[in-house]
Ligand binder design. Structure first.
Ligand code: PEP
Length: 250
């Protein structure tokens, strides 16, 4: 039985006090961590400062890590460094990183390997642009993005992979994929993993939906058979709206 995950990606938003208040308020919700996992991805400078401990009911993710272990990469941080802060999750391949920083599938695969090398569970983002969907290429694009990573990691690592399907046209736009579109892609991803590996392994992979998730659409999305929760941007910045999304995940 897969847990439902409500993951909030703050991106480059909230000052430190705003972030701290939001984090502490969310830890008081008292959700059952065994059934629902709440993850926050604050800006990197806050990761060691927000008072996070591994016993907290709210877990932390980094929004990114470098594809190398260490070196002369000014302004970057590695999975090894995240592990030294006890961070257990890391988003890799967010569409904003792909589009704004030119991250390639190869680098994203290397980042994923770095995460596994340091005991960090990757949240691998994938998703097509509007033009790619309109051209009927969405299944090919997502397959390419996921397979570039899967072929570089071991089957036992895939069991703990979190995939976030985030159609680019739905991110920050207020346009959400319909329940049918989300289920169609999530089921496609799970079936592809089952056919490359096996059904039992595919059933363990978490597949989150991302793209304008809000309290009023979260329940419908999270109740779909292959949607295991959400990766949430804008709506994770406000206590009431992220609380509503966490409640939809319970
Ligand atoms: C995201 O950037 O991962 C995201 C899903 O953003 P939003 O919820 O704002 O669409």
């Amino acid at each position: 039985m897969r847990k439902t995950i409500a993951a909030g990606n703050w991106k480059m938003n909230l000052d430190f006090d705003e972030g701290r208040q939001l984090f502490h308020a969310l830890t008081k919700l008292g959700h059952d961590d065994k059934a629902t996992e709440v993850i926050l991805a604050p800006p990197a400078p806050y990761l060691s400062l927000l008072g996070y401990t591994n016993t907290s009911s709210v877990h932390f993710a980094a929004q990114n890590c470098h594809h190398e272990d260490a070196g002369a990469y000014t302004g970057e941080w590695s999975a090894r460094m995240l592990a030294s802060l006890n961070i257990k999750h890391c988003i890799v391949g967010h569409s904003e990183r792909r589009a704004q920083y030119g991250e390639t599938n190869k680098q994203i695969a290397q980042k994923t390997q770095q995460c596994y090398a340091h005991g960090i569970r990757p949240i691998l983002c994938c998703g097509e642009t509007l033009a790619e969907r309109e051209a009927g290429d969405h299944f090919n694009i997502v397959t390419e993005q996921i397979n570039a990573v899967l072929k570089t990691i071991e089957a036992k690592q895939i069991r703990t992979l979190i995939i976030a399907y985030e159609p680019v046209w739905a991110i920050g736009t207020g346009v959400t994929a319909s329940a049918a579109q989300a289920q169609e892609m999530h089921s496609f991803i799970r079936k592809s993993i089952a056919s490359s590996y096996d059904r039992e392994l595919a059933e363990q992979v978490h597949i989150l939906y991302g793209g304008s998730v809000k309290p009023d659409n979260a329940k419908e999305l999270f109740s779909l058979p292959d949607v295991d929760g959400g990766l949430v941007g804008g709506a994770s910045l406000d206590y009431e709206s992220f609380k509503g999304i966490i409640e939809a995940a319970i």
